[in-house]
Structures are given as C-alpha cells and as structure tokens.
Design a protein around this ligand. Structure first.
Ligand code: NAP
Ligand code: ZN
Length: 367
C-alpha cells in the first residue's frame, strides 16, 4: 500500500506572455515590491521593465546585486534594504541565484538571526515575507521548491536550506523570459533540470506520483535540450516546463549524492552548477547501475536515452567534458571535496551504501 504526502502550495502560472498577468495576481496588501535580480538581467534585458509594466502602479524597487551562487553577505544587504524600505513582497527575477536570494532576503527581512544560524537549525521567529518567483533560466526549479542554496564563502561550501515558509506564493513561468539566455546557459541549466529529475526518480524519498513528474521531465529534456540550445523557441518552452516538473519532483524527493558531489566543483573551480552535475552524471549512473538498490529503475532511466545513444552519449553531445581534470581538478584536492560532501544529509536518501571511501573512489574514477 502506498503512503505519501504531496504538498505543492505554489500558485503556478505557465505560458508564453503570461508575465503580463503578474499585476492582477498580486495580493492587494502587497504594495511595496522589491525585485531581486542580477546585473546582467537588469542591464541587458527588458525583463525588469516587463515586471514593472504589469504592476498596477508600475512601481517596484530593484536590488540587482545578486551574484552567481549567492553569498550570505548578499542576503544581509538585500534584507537590510527590505526592512528599511518596508517591503511587503519580494520578487525573485532570474535564474536560481536571484530566486534563491529572494527567498533568503524574504526570510531575513522578518527574522533577526543569520542565514547560517537558520541553516544550523535555529527555528524561525516569524514567517518570511511572501515570495514571487519569475524564472529566466530553465534549470533549478526553484520556482516550485521550498529550497534555497547559498555559498558560505568562509567555509568554502554550498549549503541548502529547506523550509515550507520559503515556498513561493506565486510563480510565473513565462518561456519568453528565457529566450535571452546565452547558449551555454541554456545547456548548463537544462542539464541541471535533467539531473534533478533523474536524482528525484532514484531518491529513497520518491513515490509513484512523484515519479510521473520526474520521468516526464526527463523525456522533455532528452527531446528538447538540443534544439533549445539552438534557440528553438518551442523547445525552450518545453525546457521551461521540464525544469518546473523536475523542481516539483525534487520538492518531494530532493536531489541525492550527485548534486552534492557537484558542489565542490562550483565552489573551488567555478564550474556552473548544472555543468558540474552533468560532468559527474555518467560515472554516477554507472555507479548506481552496479551498486544501488534500485537497479531496475536505473535500467529504466537508460531506456529513456536510447534515441540519443545512451546517457554518456547524450552528455557528450552537449559538449560537456566528463573528466574532472578537464576542469582543473587535481588528485590532491579530492579528500577535501569528500569532507565537504559527506556531512550533507542527502547522502542518506541515495539508494546505495555511501561511505567516504565510496565517494573518494567515485571522484577518482572521474579524474
Ligand atoms: P544563475 O546563477 O541564476 O544564472 C547564471 C547566469 O545566467 C547569470 O549569471 C546570468 O547572467 C545568466 N542569465 C540568467 N537568465 C538569463 C536570461 N534570461 N538572459 C540572459 N542571461 C541570463 O543560474 P541557475 O543555474 O539558474 O541557478 C544556479 C543557482 O541555483 C545555484 O546557486 C544553485 O545551487 C541554485 N539551485 C537552487 C535550487 C532550488 O531548488 N532552490 C535547485 C538547484 C540549484 P548575467 O549575470 O549576465 O545576468
Ligand atoms: Zn541543481
């Protein structure tokens, strides 16, 4: 008998041009609006103008200092602005970095501790401010997750925070906002969506209803990532959908060992988040095929890539290097990588026996 809890409290609006509906969907008490974004989006696209144009009074303040893989310092700065300006609602406009930063800023604006203290388990004093997510990449799925990932620059690690209070209240996924992505961002973020779906499907926390989302996300990525990288608009729309499905799947089953193994590549070698996961995907999947407790699920996943010649061939066809040495990683760093990985709880929901030695061997085999 199945037993599961499916909780998805995000009002999710999907479709080309639907950014125009933002204003009419805002709660009447959301008067002072803060847009959280990055400089590239605010200076090189008209996305901020489109958000403002849809609001009834056309007004929203802009905090565009978010860097890739946002730091605690950025959250402190944004939340200080929010408090000083009396902000009622925070809009995350961008890829995962601005969307996650919006969640962190909304949380700190109403709570007096540090992000680090809440990540270490301190309970929130108050509900975070409401968050609206408007993705401009098709990857993280942050628009439908209760997660936010931040970089602890002092400790040299990426850490995830999960709390139902940071589920966005509203997400508008308008594929038109993704058309301005450079090709490599389409590819890297698309591989992030793909690995989310594959990891959610293999996670010990998944359940058959969740698998429906994960498998369809994988199908959409396999069919559409290549044309999306070539900027085919229909395929880019399908990738926006895939990223959202995969996000809903990880909201319930989380990512597993692959994602946390990718974090040190990003922190120490600046490899973009999605590419880090993709680089490790072939060796992770061959490990899962021989050592996991869900081998029949691994075999099923392989069938989804038959039209592309298999998982390895698909990754290679995206022009993604799958040796760590290609990213400048050296053998002497691997033990430190393992230390950064093993502390994370996601290891527990990976369906295989995972020890420090196993992770070290996996990294070594990918060197
Ligand atoms: P990102 O860091 O948000 O964006 C990468 C780059 O893409 C940006 O520097 C930006 O360049 C550019 N960009 C984004 N949208 C664009 C557009 N429409 N047009 C032109 N350029 C655009 O990348 P991401 O992969 O979406 O997010 C990664 C972050 O999300 C990581 O911190 C990761 O850990 C986190 N994440 C969160 C979750 C979750 O559930 N919350 C899940 C997975 C990953 P410019 O600077 O030039 O604008
Ligand atoms: Zn990811």
């Amino acid at each position: 008998m199945q037993s599961f809890t499916y909780h998805m409290p995000v009002e999710t609006v999907f479709g080309a041009g639907r950014i125009a509906e933002l204003g009419e969907r805002m709660h009447p008490t959301w008067k002072r609006v803060l847009i959280v974004s990055d400089k590239g989006i605010s200076e090189n696209t008209d996305h901020v103008d489109r958000v403002r144009a849809s609001l009834k009074d056309g007004k929203a303040l802009l905090f565009d200092a978010v860097e890739e893989n946002p730091s605690f310092e950025t959250l402190e700065q944004g939340s200080a602005w929010s408090r000083d300006l009396g902000i009622d609602v925070v809009i995350g406009l961008g890829g995962g970095s601005p969307m996650d930063a919006a969640k962190g800023i909304a949380l700190l604006a109403r709570n007096s501790g540090t992000m680090k203290s809440y990540m270490d388990g301190e309970p929130l004093e108050n509900d975070p401010l409401p968050v609206i997510c408007i993705p401009t990449t098709s990857g993280t799925g942050s628009e439908v997750t209760p997660f936010a990932i931040f970089t602890d620059q002092q400790e040299g690690s990426k850490r995830g925070y999960a709390h139902n209070g940071i589920f966005p209240s509203l997400s508008i996924i308008d594929p038109e906002l993704t058309y301005t992505m450079p090709e490599k961002v389409v590819r890297d973020t698309g591989m992030d969506a793909l690995t989310h779906a594959m990891e959610a499907y293999l996670s010990l926390d998944t359940f058959p209803m969740n698998d429906l989302l994960a498998v369809d996300a994988i199908r959409l990525c396999v069919e559409n990532l290549e044309p999306a990288v070539q900027k085919d608009k229909n395929a880019m729309g399908e990738m926006a959908c895939a990223a959202m499905f995969a996000g809903a799947a990880i909201a319930h089953a989380s990512t597993i060992l692959l994602h946390i193994m990718g974090y040190p590549l990003t922190v120490f070698h600046n490899v973009p988040h999605g590419r880090a996961n993709a680089a490790l995907l072939p060796s992770f999947m061959s490990f899962m095929k021989t050592k996991s407790t869900v081998r029949e699920k691994v075999e099923y996943l392989e069938t989804l890539f038959e039209s592309k010649g298999g998982i390895d061939a698909f990754v290679r066809s995206m022009g993604i290097a799958t040796r760590l040495s290609d990213y400048g990683v050296e053998e002497s760093e691997l033990e430190n990588f393992v230390k950064k990985v093993i502390v994370k709880g996601d290891v527990k929901i990976t369906p295989a026996e995972i020890t420090e030695e196993v992770i070290l061997e996996l990294y070594r085999s990918t060197l």
